[in-house]
Design a protein around this ligand. Structure first.
Ligand SMILES: C[S@@+](CC[C@H](N)C(=O)[O-])C[C@H]1O[C@@H](n2cnc3c(N)ncnc32)[C@H](O)[C@@H]1O
Length: 202
């Protein structure tokens, strides 16, 4: 019989933050994302979206580098408040408590940053995640980040794992693969268990 998962809604995520059940939180920008951000050019001021951003250390880092068009979206209020309190100069109007699947695509984004958001979604939503990323990006826009290439077993709540082969099928209709390989500079507990992806919207 197929297992029906509950809704992982705003109350679920807020509850996990409130209970300190936030083992995904790296407390800093992770090395693969930091290395990518370090080679980006602030002169271009790309429009960047970080969905399911949590406490959004990536947004903080990009803001410190001088990127001004960084937008953070999350269902739960706690992590957004945490970013606002840590980084008072981050523009409040760039923080949205919103469902990723309801974000408008006008104007489109140049870059979407993925960090433990895909694995937080009910796996049934994976095709919709990929379609929404494609809808939110301009043609030639980039989806970059990390995906767990790990089996977490028959779990009933996030994180949900998967394989490179499975993921490739979701992305192939919408994206060209620039990079889709095991990350070489992961945080130690994630070493060998995550893919660094850099995909260009067709
Ligand atoms: C596993 S956490 C990862 C947070 C952050 N990316 C990190 O690495 O610390 C998943 C995050 O996605 C958010 N989230 C879950 N479903 C969402 C949705 N449909 N739209 C926006 N955010 C969502 C949760 O509130 C949570 O903050």
């Amino acid at each position: 019989m197929e297992t029906v998962l509950p809704d992982f809604d705003a109350a679920y995520w807020q509850g996990r933050y409130a209970a300190g059940r936030d083992g995904w939180d790296a407390r800093e920008v992770t090395p693969p994302l930091r290395a990518y951000f370090d080679q980006m050019n602030t002169a271009e001021q790309p429009r960047i979206l970080i969905p399911g951003a949590g406490r959004a250390y990536e947004a903080e880092y990009l803001h410190q580098l001088g990127f001004k068009e960084v937008f953070v979206a999350d269902l739960a209020p706690e992590p957004l408040a945490a970013l606002a309190s840590r980084v008072p100069s981050f523009p409040a109007q760039h923080l949205s408590q919103v469902d990723f699947f309801k974000l408008p695509n006008d104007p489109p984004y140049d870059l979407i940053v993925e960090q433990t958001f895909f694995c937080a979604l009910n796996p049934a939503l994976r095709p919709a995640y990929v379609q929404q990323c494609a809808a939110l990006l301009r043609p030639g826009g980039t989806l970059m980040g990390l995906l767990f290439d790990t089996d977490f077993g028959p779990v009933q709540e996030p994180p949900f794992g998967g394989t490179k082969e499975e993921y490739r099928e979701y992305f192939a209709p919408y994206f060209e693969f620039r990079h889709f390989e095991t990350a070489t500079n992961s945080l130690r507990p994630r070493q060998g268990r995550e893919l660094f992806i850099c995909l260009k919207k067709k």
